[in-house]
Design a binder for this molecule. Structure first.
Ligand code: MN3
Length: 240
């Protein structure tokens, strides 16, 4: 099979695999797939009054659920892709079959981003402590400067996307932004935390006032959870 690249051969997208996928297309569609919607780790009113209950419910139960359903639909006929973890799938986007690459990018990205996002909230804001606080001071100057830069990043993201802080194995923090449901996981990176600046994340309560939403979000951040992510990043065990 001289025309197949090594990467395609590695992932098993051979003629036999394509034929298998086509046969599956005629079979009964499964009711679900390998990916599932994680439950919110707190009641939907836990972030009131800063993030309202209805926004939490629609955001989690409808928007995140749709990313999961669309991802399962995209990988349905591609068992080699369906078997991958989210982080592997996103890091290898360029190797995936072209027919599903965009769907996986949008929906695996959306599933990863939101799975992380719920974990970051449900807290009482305030300030981090210990190694995480020291890293924020070292890499951004101070917590207040970091928040200001993060809010400006979120405000400056044109259209839909995310304001993000990335973290590497050494614990170095980096201010980032990504459009749509893109994530540094697509470049093999890891996220410490991020805030969703799609209008669906804030429009019911804040309408066009994205700056107010960004400012209020800090009141529900769970810094204990962020600190766990920081420790996991340095241990090399941080996933989505
Ligand atoms: Mn969202």
């Amino acid at each position: 099979m001289p025309t197949l690249s090594r990467r395609h051969a590695f992932l098993g997208f051979t003629a036999a695999g394509a034929a298998f996928a086509m046969r599956r297309g005629f079979a009964q569609a499964p009711a679900s797939g390998p990916f599932t919607l994680p439950p919110l780790p707190y009641p939907p009113d836990a972030n009131e009054p800063h993030i309202d209950t209805q926004t939490m419910q629609i955001h989690h139960d409808k928007h995140h659920a749709a990313y999961v359903a669309n991802l399962n639909a995209a990988v349905k006929d591609y068992p080699q892709v369906a078997a991958m973890s989210l982080t592997v799938m996103l890091a290898r986007l360029g190797e995936l079959p072209e027919a599903i690459r965009t769907a996986v990018r949008n929906n695996a990205g959306g599933h990863a981003n939101h799975s992380m996002f719920w974990q970051l909230m449900g807290g009482k804001g305030g300030a981090p402590s210990g190694d995480l606080a020291a890293a924020i001071d070292r890499d951004f100057g101070s917590l207040d400067t970091m928040k200001m830069t993060f809010n400006r990043t979120g405000l400056g993201q044109f259209g839909s996307g995310w304001a993000m802080v990335g973290v590497d194995r050494s614990g170095k923090l980096t201010m980032l932004n990504r459009p749509n449901q893109d994530t540094p996981l697509m470049d093999g990176g890891r996220l410490l935390f991020a805030n969703d600046v799609w209008e669906h994340a804030y429009y019911l309560k804040y309408q066009n006032r994205r700056a107010d939403y960004l400012a209020a979000w800090w009141n529900v951040v769970n810094w204990q959870e962020v600190a766990k992510r920081y420790d996991a990043a340095r241990a090399g065990t941080l996933d989505v």
